[in-house]
Design a protein around this ligand. Structure first.
Ligand SMILES: [Zn+2]
Length: 131
């Protein structure tokens, strides 16, 4: 395994964007398996996987990190929304959950509190909500 360690020295490795690309490749290959596209569909499904491997072995780590930051900027609001949905369904009887309109951080307020001004712990934005 020392050869692998030596090979990966100075290379970027993996990050959430690579994970998303691998997942996208998997979803595409399943989707194309249900269509009559066959080999062409498989090639299209392999493209994100190829990009993920190229990123993983890249030595331009600054650029890969920048790509990942751009991806996380897009992905975080989506992830926060799903987290908000989960919390609202799971603990919705006891608490109300609100997404900060500026940064998307979730705030929790006990149900029945009434009108409250929430100060976001992340960006310090103040917004009014009814819990
Ligand atoms: Zn905020």
């Amino acid at each position: 395994m020392q050869w692998l360690q030596k090979f990966m020295t100075g290379r970027y490795g993996t990050d959430p964007l690579n994970f998303a690309l691998i997942l996208l490749s998997l979803v595409l290959s399943i989707a194309f398996a249900m269509t009559p596209l066959g080999a062409i569909g498989s090639l299209i499904a392999m493209a994100p996987l190829l990009v993920a491997f190229l990123r993983m072995f890249s030595r331009n780590t600054a650029r890969r990190a920048r790509e990942n930051r751009a991806f996380m900027k897009l992905w975080n609001p989506i992830q926060n929304w799903f987290r908000w949905l989960y919390l609202s369904v799971r603990y919705g009887k006891k608490n109300r959950y609100f997404l900060c309109p500026q940064c998307g951080r979730i705030a929790c307020v006990p149900k029945g509190t009434g009108r409250v001004t929430i100060t976001c712990k992340n960006c310090r934005l103040k917004y009014d909500k009814k819990a």
